[in-house]
Design a binder for this molecule. Sequence first.
Ligand SMILES: Cc1cc2nc3c(=O)[nH]c(=O)nc-3n(C[C@H](O)[C@H](O)[C@H](O)COP(=O)(O)O)c2cc1C
Length: 186
Amino acid sequence: MDALECLLTRDSAGRLTAPGPDRAALETMLQAAVRAPDHGRLRPWRFLVIETAQREAFGEVLASSLRRREPDASPEALQREREKALRAPVILVVAAHLQHGHKIPVVEQLAAVSAAAQTVLLAAHAQGWGAVWKTGAPAYDAGVRTALGFGTEDEIVGFLYLGTKVGGGVAVPRPPAAEFTRIWQG
Ligand SMILES: Cc1cc2nc3c(=O)[nH]c(=O)nc-3n(C[C@H](O)[C@H](O)[C@H](O)COP(=O)(O)O)c2cc1C
């Protein structure tokens, strides 16, 4: 796919199914991601691949998180939470390894990791894979962070769900960029 066509046509997948990207396709996405701009060359991104066989274990992590947030959560709600892990054959967790007190502000470290995450979405699209970036409360739960092997300096920036798109994309309106753009007149 032409690079501009890729940039101008990316959208988030509504539903995803198998097959998911294999390790070679993922490797390409990650190599693209580490080209993201990165003030101070801190390399703040951390990636964790959850392959199909580990999704149920990840679902338990999500359910435990819900139980911590809502001790009275119903069995049905817990089951719905578990099933979120099955939304795609592969999940890429993108985290930021933050250096607090560094001369590069934390907001810039997060910006670099966000740029990396977006690059993963674009590199997925370029290879014909569907993708969607999700967070929700589990992304901000220290218990989830620990269960996934991240440290206390790490912040989860997104769960990128990757797989084969089912049907068309979500019809999200795309207002012209001009609506958000001004030419400074001095
Ligand atoms: C940081 C971040 C977190 C997001 N978290 C969620 C989420 O938890 N659930 C969700 O439905 N969409 C979430 N989204 C939005 C989707 O990824 C997507 O951008 C949105 O549905 C619009 O679709 P589009 O990407 O095709 O414009 C998030 C986006 C970002 C940038």
